[in-house]
Design a protein around this ligand. Structure first.
Ligand SMILES: *Cc1c(COP(=O)(O)O)cnc(C)c1O
Length: 446
């Protein structure tokens, strides 16, 4: 094998022994040695609670518009939010899965059932399109912050936005969110899809008038092409999944909403009753943004873990080596081929990796086979139907309570397993066509 950024593979594995298993696509669990006190880590980054509040306020301004154009959001007053649910039967199934008792409790945050686009991308993706639309309307004197934003549904605005276009690179779900939202506002939209993108996502977008450009290559190329298309076109906005602070902040608002849901359920999260959150990770914007928000809201009481497929552990390699976006899984001869299409990313976001380097507790990986097994278990036990990517976080409770590394982590932080609330972030699935879901379920039984 060629040298990787000037060093041999042997040299990298000596520095980071876990790489031996990672390159063999074995499941691993990495505890972040840089994880630190929240206050200090947050002080070192440029974004703050004020930015999260600002994003939250923007979504509140848009609520009357969303309520009008997406009636499914009207029960929640135009706020795009997902259910939080206890999944005790899945906890029992997980105990069988990992053959160890779980003392903590288990919940799922069902972003799979977010209105409009049925995945975590309905947070960041839709937020960035709305912010862009607001910026344009403000600049052109068509809108004021205190206006009733439902006027954005008028023809006058749709005509105004039709002069502008939006481009994005995606493995599927981001394109779905950006495409649906942009088309609704009246923008022209170009979605550059990687080879992983599922056919039904492309057809759905085309039916909404979105231009879908297909590539026979992975996500990094789709993003590059989208970026290139928008360069030199001042009327085109590129949604940059690898670098966008706007996307990141859109995701982060989830934490304020979750805190409210905990309050309503009278669930306590504090130093002695820690919240452990497991977030499926692709390029990093979604899980990174949510985790950033969670750290800002819950501080040291929340412990965030990213979860990746064994064939696409880009954030793990990037954070562990400190090389971030400079390295891809392909550099380590890992193929980036996974059924978890939402996570099929070979090169992580450097912005997210660096921003979160002291805030993330660790990262673990799962084989596709286990993602499918978990898919079947969750469907059977709780009647909750997710797409394969969304299962990546579910081994989390097993690793924390059942593995040596997990137990050591609890001990180091003075935590008792029985006081833990495990929260698996269920990132997508409700829009998967029934036939496709049936196929997933059948695979879970093999
Ligand atoms: C995109 C996606 C993720 C991960 O988000 P990133 O921002 O790419 O890290 C997780 N789950 C699903 C279902 C997704 O579509």
């Amino acid at each position: 094998m060629d040298k990787i950024l000037g060093e041999t593979l042997a040299c990298w594995t000596e520095k980071h022994p876990l790489l031996n298993d990672i390159v063999k696509t074995k499941e691993v669990f990495w505890i972040n040695p840089l994880y630190g006190k929240c206050r200090k880590a947050l002080d070192e980054i440029s974004l703050s609670m004020m930015d999260i509040e600002d994003a939250s306020q923007r979504l509140i301004r848009f609520a009357p518009y969303l309520e009008k154009v997406f009636p499914e959001t009207s029960p929640f007053g135009g706020i795009i939010e997902s259910p939080l649910r206890e999944i005790p039967l899945m906890k029992s199934s997980l105990e069988d899965f990992c053959d160890s008792r779980l003392e903590g409790s288990l919940m799922a945050k069902c972003d799979s059932h977010l209105p409009i686009s049925g995945s975590i991308k309905a947070r960041g993706g839709i937020y960035e399109v709305l912010k862009h639309a607001e910026d344009l309307a403000f600049e052109n004197g068509l809108l004021k912050p205190y206006d009733d934003y439902s006027i954005l549904a008028n023809d006058e605005f749709r005509e105004f936005y039709s002069k502008y276009s939006i481009a994005v690179g995606s493995t599927g779900n981001l394109g779905l969110s950006i495409g649906i939202m942009s088309a609704k506002l009246g923008f022209r939209v170009f979605v550059h899809m990687s080879a992983d993108a599922k056919e039904w996502k492309k057809s759905l977008l085309r039916s909404k008038g979105v231009t879908v450009v297909e590539y026979d290559s992975d996500y990094s190329l789709a993003v590059k092409e989208g970026r290139r298309q928008s360069e030199g076109d001042p009327l085109m906005h590129f949604v940059d999944d690898e670098n966008s602070e706007t996307l990141f902040l859109g995701y982060s608002v989830a934490a304020l909403r979750l805190a409210k849901q905990f309050q309503e359920l009278e669930v306590t999260v504090d130093e002695k009753h820690p919240l452990f959150v497991y977030l499926p990770c692709g390029v990093g914007g979604g899980p990174g943004g949510v985790a950033f928000g969670l750290k800002a809201v819950f501080g040291d009481s929340v412990h965030c873990f990213f979860a990746e497929p064994t064939h696409s552990p880009c954030m793990l390699i990037g954070m562990m080596t400190g090389l971030h976006e400079k390295v891809s899984v392909q550099d380590f001869a890992i193929d980036n081929l996974t059924e978890a299409d939402g996570l099929a990313v070979g090169r992580p976001s450097g912005f997210v990796g660096k921003t979160m380097k002291k805030l993330i507790s660790g990262i673990f990986t799962s084989t596709d086979k286990n993602l499918y097994r978990l898919l079947g278990m969750l469907a059977d036990s709780e009647d909750l139907w997710l797409e394969p990517s969304a299962l990546a976080g579910f081994p989390g409770p097993c690793l924390i309570e059942g593995s040596e590394k997990g137990k050591e982590y609890l001990k180091r932080h003075g935590l008792e397993a029985e006081n833990i609330l495990h929260l698996a972030w269920a990132t997508g699935g409700s829009m998967v066509p029934e036939e496709t879901m049936k196929g997933y379920y059948e695979k879970s039984k093999i």
